[in-house]
Structure formats: structure tokens, C-alpha cells
Design a protein around this ligand. Structure first.
Ligand SMILES: *Cc1c(COP(=O)(O)O)cnc(C)c1O
Length: 233
């Protein structure tokens, strides 16, 4: 299978898992994580219908967004302060925000670009040391801090599950959904109600579980772009 076939195959599987879970497939966005492929290769996914891509490095995000401005480009990687000015103009949605000290820089870059930057708050639900993100108990204070900025809109939460342990994966995704339910509608002094409509969770190996727990964005790289990926049953 080539990239176009794998993209179509994954999208078809997502639609099936949605229907089995009683969800409308239109409520789940497939983010094609193109971080391992070059600029021309992205065209193969676009030809198959891909409309939204994820990148984890500004050096990849910026040229790919410039080459395919018709697509959405999401930033899903580690944020370095000095690269915020490059990330913001190119990013439809930044999934990986969890440091309060980045908020003022994101706000300033968004203002300079004449936009309101949509962001997700990255949460380390599993508590695994190698994972970045806020502890669930710190998310409320983060939302309160973000409320001070006119050019930032928090749209939801993002997490990564630890690999290869089904039970922890399930606990992680359920935990993010529960945290969203708890904080959604929170009333803040400046912007009013916080609407956390997006749950970004699920990757090549665990997206099925994420959809069953309410994911609205699944971030899938290898299952689309690698011919070596073997889906787990
Ligand atoms: C690479 C990456 C993905 C995609 O992972 P695959 O296992 O290739 O599907 C998703 N989210 C983040 C944050 C990533 O860095």
C-alpha cells in the first residue's frame, strides 16, 4: 500500500470505529502526522483527501504550511520560547501548550499575525515521567492564566498515552475526557465561559481506544506514512 491507500484505509477504519461507538464520524478529525516525510510526499496524502497535518518541529511546520496553505497545519511538538514567533503564523492549532511562561509570547505573536491563536492544553494524565504536560490538578489554574490574553483561545485538551499497556492507555484517555467534562463551561472573568470542545488523543497504536473515549482529533503518523507499520489487532 502507498500513502494514499493507507490514508484512505485509516480514515475508513476511523469511520467504522466511530459508528460502532455510536459516534458520528464527522466529529473525529484525522490529523495526518507528516513529521517523518518531506514536503513533496505530503502531496500524496492530500491527493487521498487529507486536509489536516501535524508537525512537531517548527523547521518542518513552516515550509510545509507554505507549500500547502490549503491544508490545516497543527503544531504538536515541544515548544521552545524562541520559536513561538515561527510556530504561531503557521499553526491552525497548537496542541502542546502547558507552560504559563509561553502564553504571553503566543499572545504577542498572534496579535502580530492578526489572529487569535487556538491552543490545546497538554495534560500528563498518566503521570509518566517521560511525558510532558500539566498534572490534571494544575489545568484549572492554567486556564485562568490563559484567560488574561485576548489573542489566545483554549479549545480543549491533549494527551499522550504511555505505549504498550492497554489498561494505562484506557485510564489515560478516560482521565482526559473526565477532566474536560469537569472544566468545560468554567466561567472566567475575562472571556466568560471556557468551551473545551476538542480532545486530542490517540496515535497509530491506540486511536481506537481514544475514539471510544471521546477523542475529536486523532494524531496518526506511522499508520499513514510508514510502510513498516503493522496495526495491532
Ligand atoms: C509523532 C507523534 C504522533 C504520531 O505518532 P504515530 O505513532 O506515528 O502515529 C502523535 N502525536 C505526537 C505528539 C507525536 O509526536
Amino acid at each position: 500500500m502507498g500513502i494514499a491507500q493507507r490514508y484512505a484505509h485509516v480514515r475508513g477504519q476511523i469511520d467504522e470505529v466511530c459508528r460502532a461507538a455510536g459516534r458520528d464520524p464527522k466529529t473525529v478529525k484525522l490529523l495526518a502526522v507528516s513529521k517523518t516525510v518531506d514536503v513533496p510526499t505530503v502531496a500524496e496524502a492530500i491527493a487521498a483527501g487529507a486536509t489536516a497535518f501535524g508537525e512537531n518541529r517548527p523547521d518542518q511546520l513552516v515550509p510545509k504550511q507554505a507549500a500547502y496553505p490549503q491544508a490545516e497545519w497543527h503544531f504538536i511538538g515541544n515548544i521552545q520560547s524562541r520559536r513561538i514567533k515561527d510556530i504561531v503564523p503557521a499553526a491552525t492549532l497548537i496542541h502542546s501548550v502547558f507552560k504559563q511562561e509561553h502564553l504571553a509570547k503566543i499572545d504577542a505573536a498572534a496579535q502580530a499575525a492578526g489572529k487569535v491563536q487556538d491552543i490545546l492544553v497538554e495534560v500528563n494524565v498518566s503521570g509518566e515521567e517521560s511525558k510532558s504536560g500539566l498534572e490534571p490538578g494544575d489545568v484549572r489554574a492554567f486556564l485562568e492564566a490563559a484567560d488574561a490574553f485576548d489573542h489566545i483561545r483554549v479549545c480543549g485538551l491533549m494527551t499522550m498515552a504511555p505505549r504498550y499497556d492497554e489498561q494505562t492507555v484506557e485510564i489515560t484517555f478516560r482521565g482526559l475526557a473526565e477532566l474536560r467534562d469537569k472544566l468545560d463551561g468554567l466561567h472566567l472573568p475575562h472571556h466568560g465561559q471556557v468551551v473545551l470542545s476538542e480532545l486530542s488523543m490517540g496515535m497509530s497504536e491506540d486511536w481506537q481506544c481514544a475514539i471510544r473515549h471521546g477523542a475529536t482529533i486523532v494524531r496518526i503518523g506511522r499508520a499513514i506514512f510508514s510502510d513498516e507499520f503493522e496495526p495491532v489487532a
